[in-house]
Design a protein around this ligand. Structure first.
Ligand SMILES: [Zn+2]
Length: 133
């Protein structure tokens, strides 16, 4: 996914879900890879040298919610990347714009962004089937 940091700079974000052994049990993990410039490889992980990785490990007592895992992992990657507050604000705007859905509010008749956290394309590059209303 390509996001804009508000300074005209493209930031690439990839997500990956797997399972890891953590504190004596198997846990669901979400990784967010963030880097500038083009990907080193087309494959995932893209192997870009200066990438910053943030991760979230799901507590076994909690249900695994991929959208939440991606949000936490991405927030941690942004923290580790030492981005400015302005860049983080713009990147989040760009993220919600890329993963949200615009809908018309019935009361105000204005378009509002619903933060779904679901990218249009699948996480592994598969195209998500669009639901026909
Ligand atoms: Zn990449």
């Amino acid at each position: 996914m390509r996001l804009n940091d508000g300074h005209g700079q493209n930031v690439f974000v990839h997500f990956y879900h797997d399972r890891v052994h953590h504190l004596g049990g198997e846990r669901r993990r979400t990784l967010a890879t963030v880097h500038l410039g083009p990907c080193a490889k087309k494959e995932r992980p893209c192997g870009t040298q200066d990438a910053v990785v943030g991760y979230a490990i799901c507590n076994p007592i909690d249900p695994f919610i991929p959208i939440l895992g991606r949000k936490i992992a991405l927030a941690r990657a942004f923290q580790r990347a030492n981005l400015s507050v302005v860049q983080r604000i713009e990147l989040w705007k760009s993220y919600w714009d890329a993963t949200g859905v615009w809908k018309k509010d019935k009361e105000t008749n204005k378009m509002v962004l619903i933060k779904t956290g679901i990218p249009e394309r699948g996480l592994l590059g598969r195209t998500r089937k669009k639901k026909v209303a």
